[in-house]
Design a protein around this ligand. Sequence first.
Ligand SMILES: C[S@@+](CC[C@H](N)C(=O)[O-])C[C@H]1O[C@@H](n2cnc3c(N)ncnc32)[C@H](O)[C@@H]1O
Length: 176
Amino acid sequence: MSRATVGKLAAYEDAGGEGFTPEGEAVVYLGAAGGERAAAIARQATSVLAVEKSPVAGLRLVERAKAQADLVPVVGDARQPEAYGPLVPELGLLVQDVAQPDQVEIFLDNADRFQPERGYLAVKARSIAVDRPPEQVFDRARERVAEEAAVREIVSLDPHHEDHVMIVADFDGASP
Ligand SMILES: C[S@@+](CC[C@H](N)C(=O)[O-])C[C@H]1O[C@@H](n2cnc3c(N)ncnc32)[C@H](O)[C@@H]1O
């Protein structure tokens, strides 16, 4: 399989992560792009609310969701969770893949608002800083998440996604 065809969650599992089990869970997926992977999760989960900022990708997401009632598309900004908050059910899992400089804060803001049991944050080092070694960026991201939740795992997504990690955090009453 080529590098590009492996999503972040699949790369995490491939790298030996404990696993992503959406069965029976309500999921919020931030950075859904055209929704291909969010749709696959929705087939296992009870529902996926998929948020995508780009209007072009968002249109594909909306088209895809027409065929799948358990995939709820939101063309909007994950920095504004108040805009889609009313659509979010009691949340099990938060997944984020937005590749933005403030990706850790976006994740924590959404977690604070929606109180998931567990969150999966795909961190792209170069989106946060090009002038620091990725390991330093990952350490800081892990430390910041650990201020709000119990970090369960940090798993490198190499070789599928260079200089990325998945941070898995438990929010369910697990704040340090
Ligand atoms: C790395 S791609 C996601 C790929 C997708 N998760 C997949 O597996 O196919 C990052 C996506 O996040 C979206 N994005 C970036 N900033 C965002 C924001 N603030 N809110 C929502 N989506 C955002 C981008 O438009 C892009 O589609």
